[in-house]
Design a protein around this ligand. Structure first.
Ligand code: F0G
Length: 357
């Protein structure tokens, strides 16, 4: 038996690294691809869920961060910077501290989930809450990296997408081909672009027979790619994808074109409905942004756009423990009330409707 070695070592032959690259890893990747019987039953497709919440910092960002941080250290960087809706900052903070360098993270004030904020602080990043939205944070991070000695680790850094493409390799290893359709949440569209690249490379080396159709979903209040224009004031409860000007917009449009893909928008209400279906029927806990993959699948199935028997992979990008507050609300918006019981077995058995054995 051996331990999973992280995506750079596992896929060294398919990544732009050399023997000189110091590998900064926390053992990311190797995440489960889980058959989701409840979603298959609802849609008539064979549905699998790629559970990226199982990465070391609880999101898919770790795949790109191991690459970006290794390259940064190889280049002699002493400090990295990123803008983030939370997960990138958590990942950058953890990987930078592991590498022994400094991380500066810019996040929109009051707009990132508590779990992610806690991670950045716990991992000793210098956290700056910017009085603006994510798009403002990214503009500033790019400016700083251009004019000052800090290394940018947002997905505009090509090393990030390079590392993230390894998720597609893992899917192909399990399915022994590409799926028919692959669905991801879309914010900056970096991950959408990364999967497309990973699948394209697998096809080129003969590991698969096809490209999957790439489906991406944005929150209805933050759907610039669907609308075809920037959104000045993006809004959604899915704070991870509250982005009005995606960094990888052009790359994503190309990926949609080549893969015969699709971009759709989903209301917050439908995101939360899918969030509950995934946790209560499948047993997978994710943050709201991740549940949009499930909501997108159900929307496309309702529209008759998911062929019966086709293989569909949904990426769920971040762990539910990042932003657990949504689980404690019912569909009508009221708080879930815990049932309080006395220290009394008979009373509890009665409440549970259990008869004597
Ligand atoms: N899902 C989660 C949980 C995310 O954190 C993000 C992006 C996405 C989906 C969208 O991925 O940007 O590649 O299209 N989060 C970034 C961050 C913006 O700062 O953590 P994308």
């Amino acid at each position: 038996s051996r331990q999973w070695r992280g995506v750079l070592r596992e896929y060294a032959d398919r990544l732009n690294i050399s023997d000189a690259t110091p590998i900064v890893t926390l053992g990311e990747g190797g995440t489960p691809l889980i058959p989701a019987a409840a979603l298959s039953a609802r849609t008539g497709a064979k549905v699998w869920v790629k559970y990226e919440g199982m990465n070391p910092t609880g999101s898919f960002k770790d795949r790109g961060m191991t690459m970006a941080m290794s390259k940064a250290v190889e280049d002699g960087a002493k400090a990295v910077i990123c803008a983030s809706t939370g997960n990138t900052s958590a990942s950058a903070a953890a990987y930078a501290t592991h590498a022994g360098i400094k991380a500066v993270v810019l996040v929109p004030e009051g707009k990132i989930a508590m779990g992610k904020l806690s991670q950045a602080i716990a991992h000793n990043a210098q956290l700056l809450q910017v009085q603006g939205n994510f798009d403002d944070c990214l503009d500033i991070a790019r400016d700083l990296a251009k004019n000052y000695p800090v290394h940018l680790v947002n997905s505009v850094n090509p090393d990030r997408i390079e590392g993230q493409k390894t998720a597609a390799f893992e899917v192909v290893e399990v399915l022994e081909d590409a799926p028919d359709i692959h669905i991801v949440p879309v914010g900056n569209a970096g991950n959408y672009t990364a999967y497309f690249r990973g699948y394209s490379e697998e096809l080129a080396r003969g590991a698969t027979t096809k490209l999957p159709r790439m489906f991406g979903f944005q929150a209805a209040g933050s759907a610039p790619i669907v609308l075809g224009h920037r959104v000045e004031h993006p809004e959604t409860i899915a704070s991870a994808i509250r982005i009005g000007n995606p960094a990888s917009w052009d790359l994503a449009l190309n990926a949609r074109e080549v893969s015969d893909g699709y971009f759709g928008a989903i209301s917050d209400e439908k995101i939360l409905e899918a969030y509950r279906i995934l946790s209560a029927e499948v047993g997978i806990f994710v943050e709201p942004a991740s549940a949009i993959s499930v909501a997108g699948l159900l929307e496309r199935a309702d529209a008759g756009q998911i062929p019966a028997g086709s293989t569909v992979v949904l990426t769920v990008t971040g762990h539910g423990l990042k932003d657990p507050q949504w689980a404690l609300r019912t569909a009508d918006g009221s708080d879930v009330k815990p049932t309080i019981v006395p220290v009394d077995t008979a009373a509890i058995a009665e409440l549970l409707g259990l008869g004597q054995k």
